[in-house]
Design a protein around this ligand. Structure first.
Ligand code: AMP
Ligand code: TRP
Length: 341
């Protein structure tokens, strides 16, 4: 189809629905910073508060968590001079395009989403309508900025496919070449950081067991203890990465070390082959503390001045709207809405 050249632009978002985990850091934040620093794309990053309220959020907690996620972006290295950082509800174009897209997307598309099935569970009649429509809003987040690339963890792959379907259907139905078909950017050893208690489940801020995850707010002792108690099999580390194929818990710890050190897992294995857990785990904990410690400290420093965080978010929202408003206006025109002169 496409003849249109789109400005290379990255968009990604994180929900302020709790504290961040090592999975969020390695699978998302750290990669956002790498993309910002590569200087090949405009970067737009969003604290997606409108997504968080698809499940109940206590208002005070939502306010605090929004500032915490913003502080985490900044502490990890997002620079408001280079990238846009804002919270979703301050740029109304997101919710507006979200509505238009809920008229493009089909019920059947939404029903197939595994995140919907997992989160709604057996009680789907009691789930909010927003939780069901969530992927239409996510498509709007991305497409209201005409984003060409979206870095996310593996769990978001299906939502990005739906985003491409929404763009293609809109373009087809209205006979235009207006929305880009966005490329997901997923990969590397940290695309799916697994729980420390169960190598078949992803590390998640909503897991009932705090021992299953490393939180960005954990101190050095907690990090060391959680890695020490992380579930593994009794075998020592094999000679090659290939040897970890059927050992999900062991592979996860090697992947985490690789991602923390910006190395390939194969390279890590060449150093740790044959080690027992009594040697490997304290080393992993030490590397994690070295990487995360300064980020946690910087986050806490920033959180001592919430007014400054709010100022950065407000400035970001203004810049985000400057991109989004003309794209939304053009969408209304394409759909035939009569507009104020
Ligand atoms: P969320 O916390 O669900 O808003 O997720 C924010 C970002 O972190 C998304 O890009 C997720 O794909 C990513 N993410 C969350 N958990 C993990 C994990 N365990 N491994 C890798 N990436 C993750
Ligand atoms: N759905 C994402 C998550 O739960 C968060 C999100 C919302 C997002 N809008 C987005 C991610 C747009 C990337 C792009 O992690």
């Amino acid at each position: 189809m496409t003849g249109t050249a789109f400005t290379p632009r990255v968009f990604s978002g994180i929900q302020p629905s709790g504290g961040l985990t090592l999975g969020n850091y390695l699978g998302a934040l750290k990669r956002f910073v790498d993309m910002q620093d590569a200087d090949t794309h405009e970067c737009v990053f969003c604290v997606v508060d409108l997504h968080a309220i698809t499940v109940w959020q206590n208002p005070e907690d939502l306010t605090r968590q929004t500032r915490e996620i913003a502080a985490a972006f900044l502490a990890a290295g997002i620079d408001p001079a280079k990238a846009i950082l804002f919270n979703q509800s301050q740029a109304p174009e997101h919710a507006q395009l979200g509505w238009l897209f809920s008229c493009i997307a089909r019920m059947g598309w939404m029903r197939r989403m595994t995140q919907w099935k997992d989160k709604a569970g057996k009680n789907s009649e009691e789930a909010s309508l927003g939780l069901f429509a969530y992927p239409a809003l996510m498509a709007a987040d991305i497409l209201v900025h005409h984003a060409t690339h979206v870095p996310v963890g593996d769990d978001q792959k299906q939502h990005l496919e739906l985003t491409r379907d929404v763009a293609a259907k809109f373009n087809h139905d209205y006979g235009v070449d207006f929305f880009p078909i966005t490329e997901p950017v997923i990969g590397g050893p940290a695309a799916r950081v697994m729980s420390l208690r169960d190598g078949t489940k992803k590390m998640s801020k909503s897991d009932p067991s705090d021992m299953s995850r490393i939180n960005l707010s954990d101190d050095a002792d907690a990090i060391a203890q959680k890695f020490r108690k992380a579930r593994t099999d009794p075998e020592p580390l094999p000679d090659s990465y290939e040897g970890l194929k059927d050992r999900p818990e062991a592979r996860n710890l090697v992947d985490i070390l690789a991602a923390l050190q910006d190395r390939t897992p194969e390279d890590v294995m060449s150093e740790v082959a044959g080690q027992g857990w009594g040697q490997f785990k304290p080393h992993l904990a030490e590397v994690a503390v070295e990487t995360m410690g300064p980020i946690t400290a910087e986050m806490n420093r920033l959180l001592a001045d919430p007014a400054e965080i709010d100022r950065i978010l407000a400035d970001g929202a203004e810049r985000a709207s400057a991109i989004a408003a003309p794209i939304l206006a053009r969408t209304f025109d394409i759909m035939g809405m009569v507009r104020r002169a």
